[in-house]
Design a protein around this ligand. Sequence first.
Ligand code: SF4
Ligand code: SF4
Length: 453
Amino acid sequence: MSTQTYTFPRGIHPPEGKSFAENNAIEILPTPKKLFLAVQQHIGAPCAPVVKLKDEVGPDAVVASADAFVSAPIHAPYAGTVGRPAKKTLPNGRRVATVALDVDLDHAPSGADMLNIVYGGDWEIPADFDVNSIFPAVKSGGLVGMGGAAFPTHVKIAKNEKKPIDTILINGCECEPYLTADYRLMVEYPQPIVVGAILTAAAVGAKTVYICIEDNKPAAIQVVSKAIEKTSNPFGVDVSVRVMKTKYPQGGEKQLIRAALGRKVPFPGLPMDVGALVENVSTAAAVAGRVLRGKALTHRIVSVTGGGVVNPKNLFVPIGTPISELIEFCGGLKSDANRILMGGPMMGFAVGTMDIPVTKGTSGITILTNSEVKKSVETNCVRCGRCVGVCPMNLIPTKLALASRFQNTDVLQAYHVAACIECGSCAFTCPASLPLVQLIRTGKIQVQKLSKK
Ligand code: SF4
Ligand code: SF4
């Protein structure tokens, strides 16, 4: 392993907040009686339910799907009976339909057995493995990016002769403060990550894989490096750990490519334009589970963390579980809990209800106390330029925020509002406490509406 550490220009160092849960081993949530499977858990065309009230479904049965290429089917985590459809709020605040599932608890495997199927045991890629089986397995398994973006994985690994991919970056940075689900997966189950990375490389014909881990996670660096040594690698892919200097937002796709490979993804453009593909560590493990064990994406690890929850934990849960059950299993809210965030404090969404189901992209729930919530009063922009100095996308956040306030779509487009990755670095550094990200998000919607017209 090289001793060099890699990073990208600009960026910030928010308080890490990892100590709440980073040393807490993954625990299994008791299997819930009822699950709510949102029909849209990915970027792309929404699915439509393919089951109806009182249908009996088996484990891993498809309950919602769509014909569009950029979409991902939804599977039942357990056998059960379809209940009344219910609309639920998603982590991003949207109301969507769900397929309700009454779980057949009498015949459900134990949580420990399920964890073992998804991540445990030995992982071997057979020497005569058929590479062409990877894409259809990933597509039918409903895999999406599990770091939060939820982009369908099969779209990323679809072969494109015009834009060949030479390098896979497996994103183990988990740069979002507080969240520790990826960290625990790396420390406790590194082998499916390595195997999934090799399979992903084989699917697209890439010869190099870097598993990118920030230098504030030395245990993960060590354990993953050892797993690489003992993993069978029949395709001759060159796999190694790349140690990244801890900085936010290193886990952003474009920032990671710049940091690890020194390549700049053009705007507008995609990682494949510079021969790279980025995949989260949890997604890589899901690729291994689907391709070698036939397991659809029905479970994941979720951090429940922050000073506002009694016992912060990293939980193995079925997708569709209401977050109220996760919080209850962690001892509930403390008396000074102030805010519930779906995600971490930089990119997460504050929510006003616990009636929200876990989706494929739910990596964590952060509960902040009164003292952890930044108290600030918005004032006028003092033109200090700090927001410009930290923006990892080289944007001018102050200008975009002002244009959004005045609904000036010409300026929003001219200054590339669509390039904003909503990382929150600008708002974090703003001494005037301006809600820059919210304004820029609104500006994006204004431009989208205009292009639809
Ligand atoms: S403008 Fe967007 S990309 Fe730039 S710092 Fe702000 S949120 Fe991040
Ligand atoms: S950081 Fe805040 S106060 Fe400073 S220029 Fe940007 S918007 Fe204005």
